[in-house]
Design a protein around this ligand. Structure first.
Ligand code: KIV
Ligand code: ZN
Length: 516
């Protein structure tokens, strides 16, 4: 790694760790691998792949990612405990570039109430944990949890010990999103000025968005001397989330005049990463979200449109193309062949295997038959809906619904459960209720429906519907997403997506218990 005085800023993505641990954002192994490979392709410097001690699933995900990712450093998280660090070392071992990221709280509040440790015990734990981690790799990151609320003298002492024990990256998280920019930036100035050895390490920012300041604080940290930014795609993460990768990267790129730091991220892949993550976790992006929201490059008012026609720079500070957003164009018609279809998908950033391509092509033909114009966004929704379902235990087969004002509304649903075809007809208070009752009848479960949301992928009454469903069971929530030209089919698919995730989570559920 370069030293801390250069203008290179390292991007440390924690979508698969801090992001994944937030409600509704959990991913299975296949999904985590897909996101990790996409992060690698984007040029992310360090991928934090998980918290190996947390569960066997987390260990396996970090370990598998460490086996396939070659272009980025793979990091795992570990508390300041021997068991955590050894498990983390084992998980990241296959990676050519591997990092152990160990942390302990340093604020008075956390030390007293969370850790119930004296400050001296915390200092001892820092030396012990970092030294142990260094036995496994030369690349050790140490974090001062709740660092922004830590007494300055104690923080300096803690950082000094971590550096002396061999830490190469020092991260000062704003764990609870409490800091304001000048205060946060000054922490790094202080550490660089006061701590012996500070010139030998990379300082890192890790900000939460509780006051909506995560990106501003991260940039202030960089101005104060930090050269690593910890962030997540779409800003997902605990509570209000983490610093959004796309925002901080584009802020540095667009305002290089004021912030001359280079992140080396391939920003043209940002839109694809955002959409892939959103479809994977079933977490829609708010329309006015900076950089990746549906409205981020839309110009509605006449005055703005007029200005844009005269010169794009009047109302656009970056091009849509710079973040990989190509204006949604009319793509293929129902006469288009498989070749053109494959080429178009490649253009949009998807390379499907033969089976997935055949399935997607069949769905595209069906869609083109029903919908006059098929746009890029239709294809993206269709393919996102197609991929990642290889290991689903419950598969959608067909649905017929009776709806309308005369009632009663009913649904006849066919599902394949663990390879067996099942069929049921049910009534409901409205068509959606009837569909969900049918799913419940075929795959009994106690999960509660917490969210049901529909949005149109493109304009017009023939637009595909993209439905998000959130289910909650025993305090754990999962999101599912489904897309189809028929809103009720999309609803059934979204419900099944969430249910499949829930069943994967319940590691020991007997297959027979799934079906009625
Ligand atoms: O927010 C935080 O403090 C963290 C640390 C574990 C790095 O996520
Ligand atoms: Zn965090």
């Amino acid at each position: 790694m370069t030293n801390a005085n250069t203008d290179r800023v390292f991007i440390f993505d924690t979508t698969l760790r801090d992001g994944e641990q937030s409600p509704g954002c959990s991913m299975n192994l296949e999904e985590k691998l897909r996101i990790a490979l996409l992060l690698e392709e984007m040029g992310v410097d360090i991928i934090e792949a998980g918290f190996p001690i947390a569960s066997n699933g987390d260990f396996e995900a970090v370990n598998e990612i460490a086996k396939v990712v070659r272009g980025s450093t793979v990091a795992g998280l570990a508390r300041a405990a021997r068991g955590d660090i050894e498990r983390c070392a084992e998980a990241v071992a296959p990676a050519p570039r591997r990092r152990i990221h160990t942390f302990i709280s340093t604020s008075p509040l956390h030390m007293k109430f969370k850790l119930q440790k004296e400050p001296d015990q915390v200092l001892e734990a820092i030396t012990a944990s970092v030294s142990l981690a260094r036995n496994f790799t030369d690349d050790v990151e140490w974090s001062a949890e709740d660092g922004s609320r830590t007494e300055p003298d104690f923080l300096c002492r803690a950082v000094e010990l971590a550096i002396r024990a061999g830490a190469t990256t020092i991260n000062i998280p704003d764990t609870v999103g409490y800091a304001v920019p000048d205060e946060y930036g000054n922490i790094f100035r202080m550490l660089k000025e006061r701590v012996p050895g500070a010139d030998r390490v990379i300082f890192s920012v890790h900000c939460h968005n509780d006051l909506g300041l995560a990106v501003a604080n991260s940039l202030a940290g960089v101005a104060g001397g930090a050269r690593q930014i910890e962030c997540t795609i779409n800003g997902i993460g605990e509570r209000a989330g983490n610093t959004a990768l796309e925002e901080v990267v584009m802020a540095l790129r667009v305002r290089g005049d004021r912030m001359p730091y280079d992140s080396r991220i391939r920003s043209e892949l940002i839109t694809r990463a955002s959409r892939t993550l959103s479809a994977t976790i079933g977490f829609p992006v708010q329309p006015n979200k900076a950089i990746v929201g549906a409205n981020a490059f839309a110009h509605e008012s006449g005055i703005h449109q007029d200005g844009m026609l005269k010169h794009a720079g009047t109302y656009e500070i970056m091009t849509p193309e710079s973040v990989g957003l190509n204006k949604s164009t009319l793509v293929l018609g129902k006469h288009s062949g498989r070749h053109a279809f494959r080429a178009k998908l490649k253009d949009l950033g998807y390379e499907l295997g033969d089976n997935a391509l055949n399935d997607a092509f069949a769905r595209f033909k069906a869609l083109a038959d029903r919908k006059k114009d098929v746009y890029d966004d239709d294809l993206i929704a269709l393919v996102d809906d197609e991929i990642g379902h290889a290991n689903d235990r419950i598969r959608f087969v067909s649905l017929a619904v009776m709806a309308g004002s005369r009632g009663p509304q009913s649904a006849t649903l066919e599902l394949e459960i663990d390879g067996e075809l099942k069929r049921v007809s049910t009534l409901g208070n409205g068509p959606v209720d009837a569909v969900f009752n049918a799913v419940k009848a075929l795959a009994p479960h106690e999960a509660m429906l917490k969210l049901y949301q529909v949005h149109a992928v493109t304009e017009g009454t023939d637009a595909q519907a993209e439905v998000t469903v959130r289910l909650e069971e025993l305090g754990k929530s999962v999101n599912g997403q489904g897309a189809d030209a028929d809103t009720l089919v999309a609803s059934a698919k979204a419900y099944l997506h969430a249910l499949n995730k829930l069943f994967t989570k319940r590691e020991k559920t007997a297959p027979a218990a799934l079906s009625a």
